[in-house]
Structures are given as C-alpha cells and as structure tokens.
Design a protein. Structure first.
Length: 100
C-alpha cells in the first residue's frame, strides 16, 4: 500500500486587525476597508510563530500564479501609499512619503 506523508505543514495563522492600517486604507481609497477570511499559505506563519504581528494585504490582482496574472496599476499605487504611510507612522519617521 502507498503511504502519503506531508512534506510541509504548519499551524493555521490567525491575524489581528490593525486599526491604523485599516484607517489609512480607507483614507487613501475613499472606501471602507474590509477584513476577509482567506485560505492559502504564506510566510506569515513563520513570523506568527515568533509572536511577531503580521498584516496580509495586497492591491487588486487576479489569476494569481497563472499565465494571465494581472495587477490593477491604480490599486498598486494606492497600496504603495498605504504601506508607506503606515510604515512611516509606525517607525516614527513622519507621515509624508518622499515620492508621493
């Protein structure tokens, strides 16, 4: 008989929402930020195992890992601004992006 053994396994990752990240997202996009439950794997599990907070987010994309994978350019630019503002605030380096 054939026995299958997992090559890689990990505990589920549970992420807490960061209210400031959500606020900045809403400010930049003009839309209410939504939290969603998703399946899939990410390297977030390695950080979570060490108690390091993780935010999983992305611009609007489609057909991930497929031949016709795409990204919405305006969404990518907004995502850059969101991540930049959040990082500057959290590190105490100000609130203005040098490239904005």
């Amino acid at each position: 008989s054939t026995v299958a053994e997992p090559l890689v396994s990990a505990e589920p990752t549970h992420l807490a929402a960061d209210s400031r990240f959500l606020e900045i997202t809403s400010e930049v996009t003009g839309e209410e930020a939504r939290l969603v439950r998703a399946c899939g794997g990410s390297d977030a599990r390695f950080f979570c195992e060490k108690g390091i907070p993780v935010i999983l987010s992305r611009p609007r994309v489609g057909n991930l890992h497929g031949r016709d994978e795409w990204i919405e350019i305006d969404s990518m630019l907004a995502y850059f601004e969101i991540c930049g503002r959040y990082t500057l605030e959290r590190t105490g380096c100000g609130t203005e992006l040098p490239l904005a």
